[in-house]
Design a binder for this molecule. Sequence first.
Ligand code: UDP
Length: 233
Amino acid sequence: MPMKRVLLKLSGEALAGDKKTGFDEATVTEVARQVKILCDEGIKVGIVIGGGNFWRGRSSENIDRTKADQIGMLATVMNCIYVSEIFRSQGMQTSVLTPFECGSFTKLFSKDRVNKYFDHNMVVFFAGGTGHPYFSTDTATVLRAVEIEAETILLAKAVDGVYDSDPKDHPDAVKYDEVSIQEVIDKKLAVVDMTASILCMENKMPMIVFGLNEKDSIVNAAHGIITGTNVTV
Ligand code: UDP
């Protein structure tokens, strides 16, 4: 059965395609095509995007970490504005919300605002992470999913699911069809970071992990067709 309300997480690198940095318009347009199918079905879609295609807080050892993380959070705002505009060009209505003031570029996040926009069938982007340093957009994803009462997180990744070891380094790595969040934490499996995993467990927020580059993977995941990994709580 299709979901009613989902939180889609896209990594910054995924936006960059093969270039690894900046934006790849074809990749984002394909994401837009799939999200539009979900919107047309009445599914409410919230989106969190990472910032790794521009900057990570760990990118420089020479500047203060808090400031470096602020640059990272602003990178996610740039990503959301870009993707939001591509979505609009594909016929969707969108809004970009942030946990801090960005003047007239975005609006401040609040749950009431999200519900209002969802009622108007808009796609809502949660930019700027949690608004705090030392966190990640993984944690922002779980936090916002819990706050907006999403049924599940759709985690679109470069790899096509959760493996028992990194498939890039271990060709014999085995993919899980299903794994509990407790096992993810115990075995430190690379799904989302530890802070985000604990938040998932404590708030019973499940995740579906899949490869962004697989055909129709976002639509399939939102329809409960899981080719990647089901992370249960
Ligand atoms: N960031 C932050 N707080 C947040 C979310 C993100 O400080 O709540 C910063 C952090 O510097 C991070 C960068 O933004 O490295 C990009 O976010 P992303 O989650 O893509 O980073 P990653 O986990 O890949 O480092």
